[in-house]
Design a protein around this ligand. Structure first.
Ligand code: XUL
Ligand code: CO
Length: 434
């Protein structure tokens, strides 16, 4: 045991009446919701980068946190892993997620970085023998190091493309070795600052081939998890190619990958793209792309990707309603891609941030499930489209021509009468459950 979380008890479900800070009031892993354990619905994951690698900096100031494992040695990387698994135990989370750069020190060259990654991967594997937490997904950090400043797969320099390919291979290998359930690609630098120095067409071809190779490699080594793209419209790049779910779908179709790759949707990214989280979730589900979620909100005033822990049941219930309508997670889960505020220095803050977020998600899931089980909202939605069930209207979607339809409008004297969308009534219904 390290001393970092000294005095902090394991967090358990104690119900609404408890006065303890270190307790779940709503998240009872074994409670059945729609016939499935809450833990199996929500599939919570801790993000290694924000919780253990982030130093508390912002654009105007550097490190505020003072963690004993900060530094660039393998000993410190192992100490970080010890603390991480202690936190997973305290929270009893089933999953975690990492980038290569979060878990190992950067080496003097690729070979040394690879050795470091492999050593820590083995150390994780050892820890996973005595801890229950599993890997939801691994990923490569292709955005922090200066070599990636002009992109990874979309870099004008083919050597960077090669370095990125080797890096992603190493991270898929690590993910596979640890039994990861997904592999994520988020292209923070796959985009541009200015079109004056950018060949859009070439960069798309590079990104397409890169992703095809990732999929080929996955099949070659027998990795059965899902490959996920995480859309984001901008930040750090001014314009990012994986803008939103719709854009990613077009990209996948173009390169013949729509059956192979799904999406990891982040609330904050959806909002940066001018969408709601639930819009992105519903669209992904409708396109057969729904994979996993990153659960972190942005500040609505600052406009930045502030990666805050969720704190709003009404908002998150909308999200979990779409997750449930999509049939729930298969390999995916709820990853807290969220970080503390930089003034939250105490070890306890790290635990309590997750405790609150887990309870918010549990309450949201319960509200969403109750509404779905109630059925009124789905019944109202179906009733609104009921006309389409009639055979003559079905024909308009398969078989009839524009001319046939025009003739029908004339012969039957079709004269559409506006019908209420009943939005406020449905909002009232929704709010009875949240
Ligand atoms: C950045 C972001 C990443 C990805 C993984 O905004 O969300 O942390 O989740 O690279
Ligand atoms: Co994310």
């Amino acid at each position: 045991m390290t001393a970092f979380f000294k005095g902090i008890p394991k967090v358990k479900f104690e119900g609404r009446e408890t006065s303890s800070d270190f307790a779940f009031r709503h998240y009872d892993p074994d409670e059945l919701i729609m016939g499935k354990r809450m833990e199996d619905h929500l599939r919570f994951a801790v993000a290694y980068w924000h919780s253990f690698a982030w130093e508390g900096g912002d654009p105007f100031g550097g490190r505020t946190f003072d963690r004993p494992w900060f530094g660039d040695t393998m000993d410190l990387a192992r100490q970080k892993a010890d603390v991480a698994f202690e936190m997973f135990d305290i929270l009893n989370v089933p999953f975690f997620c990492f980038h290569d750069a979060d878990i190992r020190p950067e080496g003097a060259n690729f070979a040394e970085s690879l050795r470091n990654l492999e050593e820590i991967t083995d150390y994780f594997a050892l820890k996973m023998e005595t801890h229950r937490t599993r890997l939801l997904w691994g990923t490569a950090n292709l955005f922090t190091h200066r070599r990636f400043m002009s992109g990874a797969a979309t870099n004008p320099d083919p050597d960077v493309f090669a370095y990125a390919a080797a890096t992603v291979k190493s991270c898929i290998d690590a993910t596979h070795k640890l039994g990861g359930q997904n592999y994520v690609l988020w292209g923070g630098r796959e985009g541009y600052e200015t079109l004056l120095n950018t060949d859009l067409a070439r960069e798309a071809e590079q990104a397409g081939r890169f992703l095809q190779m990732v999929v080929e490699y996955k099949h070659k080594i027998g990795f059965t998890g899902n490959i996920l793209i995480e859309p984001k419209p901008q930040e750090p790049s001014k314009h990012q190619y994986d803008y939103d779910v719709a854009t990613v779908y077009g990209f996948l179709k173009r390169f013949g990958l729509e059956g192979e790759v799904k999406v990891n949707i982040e609330q904050g990214h959806a909002i940066l793209a001018g969408h709601s989280f639930e819009h992105e979730l519903a669209l992904a589900a409708s396109l057969g792309l729904f994979g996993s979620i990153d659960m972190n909100r942005n500040d609505y005033q600052s406009g930045w990707d502030t990666d805050q822990f969720p704190d709003s049941v009404p908002e998150m219930a909308r999200a979990y309603y779409e997750v449930l309508r999509a049939g729930g997670f298969t390999t995916g889960g709820t990853n807290f891609d969220a970080k503390l505020r930089r003034q939250s220095l105490d070890p306890a803050d790290l635990i309590l941030a997750h405790v609150g977020a887990i309870d918010i998600c549990a309450r949201s899931l319960k509200a969403a499930a109750a509404l779905l089980e109630d059925g009124s909202l789905e019944a109202a939605r179906s009733a609104r489209y009921a006309g389409w069930d009639l055979p003559e209207n079905q024909l308009m979607l398969s078989g009839a021509t524009l001319g046939d339809i025009a003739a029908r409008v004339l012969s039957e004297g079709i004269d559409p009468q506006p019908v209420s969308g009943r939005q406020e009534r449905l909002e009232n219904l929704w709010n009875r459950f949240v």
